[in-house]
Design a protein around this ligand. Structure first.
Ligand code: ZN
Length: 204
């Protein structure tokens, strides 16, 4: 496939995904109070999209195609809990490899539990629903690398980094989402008198 054909294909996948995310109310535009206390014009909740297996399957097939086109041959997909579990499992299915997940242990450290193991040199793709700061992806990559695994890439539905995050491995995402985030005291949406909504609850 030529680069141009690949680009056209991936922009088509992005359009489709954005429409479906909005349809499922997994991607909202408006005025939101985030759990951090900050305000934003955008709210993302991938679980609302991933609850639909047929949508999750199609999205992960597009992601798997990008990974395969890049020549990466994963042996296992690791989806950090909670956000990475469903997409990690579905991406694993599309790639034809096992899908496992990391979770916090009693000390709050990300770890592989439930008898999940990685062989030395095992080639891993990390799956996330959204990559925002890259911090949690790096934390997972570090523990997998410490176990001797080779992290090939991170794959996500949504890239919210705005291109500001440099990871030490390739990153695949179906849709870049740029969200404006404001401190409540300097939020232009508050100034404009737009009612603020706490995500997860209905407006009004
Ligand atoms: Zn506001």
């Amino acid at each position: 496939m030529t680069h141009q054909a690949a680009d056209t294909l991936s922009s088509k996948a992005a359009d489709t995904l954005e429409n479906q995310l909005r349809q499922e109310e997994a991607l909202l535009s408006g005025h939101f109070r985030l759990s951090s206390g900050l305000h934003s014009d955008t709210y993302v909740q991938c679980a609302r999209f991933l609850r639909r297996p047929e949508l999750a399957g199609a999205a992960c097939a597009a992601l798997a195609a990008q990974i395969q086109a890049a020549g990466l041959q994963a042996e296992v997909v690791v989806g950090p809990a909670m956000g990475g579990i469903v997409i990690g499992y579905e991406l694993a299915r599309q790639l034809g490899v096992p899908g496992i997940f990391t979770e916090r242990d009693a000390e709050g450290q990300m770890s592989l539990r439930r008898g999940f193991t990685l062989a030395p040199g095992e080639r891993v793709i990390i799956a996330e629903d959204v990559v925002t700061t890259g911090k949690s992806t790096l934390e997972v990559a570090r523990i997998l690398t410490e176990m001797g695994a080779e992290v090939l890439a991170v794959a996500s539905l949504i890239d919210r980094t705005g291109g500001a995050v440099r990871l030490p491995f390739p990153s695949f995402a179906l849709l870049p989402v740029v969200a404006a985030v404001f401190r409540p005291e300097s939020c232009p949406l508050c100034v404009a008198g737009v009612p603020v909504v706490k995500p997860g609850s209905r407006p009004g």
